[in-house]
Design a protein. Structure first.
Length: 193
């Protein structure tokens, strides 16, 4: 059995009595696409046709996503949200940078559940907004970079607490004057000095 990689002979293997064979390259395959084909030669020297290619892509595992930034764009506190911070923006912007330019996909997870993706085309940075507003409460966000179907480790969690509930106004307000001579509860619009 002759094994070819992109048309070049990669090595040979013996077919056993069960008509099976195994092969391990002497040298690791290079990064990139490999069209693997085989051809059988019997004991009499007869040669089979070459098989259709079996394509594999060798890729390095991407680095985990780092340098995540989360931006609140809902007043009054517009600006970055710290990891572990609170926000009233339920569709905050998540973004980051990549080490070099990348083609691939960033998968966005909230508590381990996939909630969105970002397609990268020769990109050195990325950004993502939730399609659906986040519910109030804690959101533990992680990000996975996939390049050539090889996935990075999940990023470190980025936790935000969403709180969109407007506080109730103060009702039944009482102000007490504790300075003599006018000690007691003040009436509305009355000023004691």
């Amino acid at each position: 059995m002759s094994i070819y990689d992109n048309g070049a002979l990669l090595g040979t293997a013996l077919v056993n009595s069960n008509k099976t064979w195994t092969f391990t390259p002497d040298v690791p395959l290079e990064i990139g696409r490999h069209d693997i084909t085989t051809q059988v030669t019997d004991a009499a020297g007869n040669v089979s046709v070459i098989t259709p290619p079996f394509t594999i892509t060798v890729a390095l595992t991407p680095d985990a996503i780092a340098n995540v930034t989360v931006l609140d764009s809902t007043p009054p506190d517009i600006g970055p949200i710290a990891n572990g911070g609170s926000t009233n923006d339920n569709q905050a912007k998540f973004s980051g940078t990549l080490p070099g330019t990348t083609d691939g996909t960033i998968m966005v997870y909230d508590h381990g559940q996939l909630v969105g993706t970002v397609t990268l085309e020769d990109a050195s940075s990325w950004s993502w907004y939730p399609d659906t507003p986040f519910e109030d409460g804690m959101h533990s966000m992680t990000f996975v970079l996939s390049v050539n179907n090889v996935e990075s480790e999940p990023s470190q969690p980025y936790v935000i607490y969403v709180d969109t509930v407007v506080p109730e106004p103060v009702g039944d307000l009482h102000i007490v004057d504790d300075a003599t001579p006018g000690i007691g509860q003040l009436q509305s619009r009355r000023l004691n000095q």
